[in-house]
Design a protein around this ligand. Sequence first.
Ligand code: HMH
Length: 224
Amino acid sequence: MSNYGKAFALMRDAAAGPWRDYTRHAFVEGMKDGTLPREAFLHYLRQDYVFLIHFSRAWALAVVKSETHEEMLAASRTVNGLISEEMKLHIGICEAEGISQAELFATPERHENLAYTRFVLEAGYSGDLLDLLAALVPCVMGYGEIGTRLSAEATSEAYRGWIDTYAGEDYQGACVAFGELLDQALTRRIGADFQGSPRWDRLCQTFRKATELEVDFWQMGLTP
Ligand SMILES: Cc1ncc(CO)c(N)n1
């Protein structure tokens, strides 16, 4: 889990409490041992589909805020991965449960969902690429860590499809690529010793807030 880059490891260690609450939330542990009620999972998945719409918009904003061809490539690949890969998981599982794609798209948005995605977008609107990426890190890397751990520790097959998506090569490769993008973007804008810069604390605060909003998102998942 240390191959997600230097900046991520530092940000995570600076927000260790919320990070643990997020990556070891009861919702996650319920997927691990299969005790999570199906109703809660489907409710979560519908909300997560809406989440991914806005998350894709945030990554599209990262293309706008890019300053190099390399950054544009990394951000646009992520937009494509989200829209053409990750959202397919949601569509597929929901379809098998009798929830159509049109229904999925029309899911009324819960306020925990709205708070999180608009917080991320706002970080990008009013800041530069670094502010936006700091808000995006917990979403990407958190699911990467959760997927890897659950893939090794799951004692039930109930949520295997979900786990495999995030533990799989494609998603893990995206986490590694994001770690590189983040380290390079920081170095380019504030120097290789970025953790010593006055901006660093604020970026870590943005990371922490996004992590707390992920905790609220899991909690929302438990209350259909
Ligand atoms: C709430 C949330 N955070 C992160 C991810 C990973 O993309 C997701 N699908 N949903």
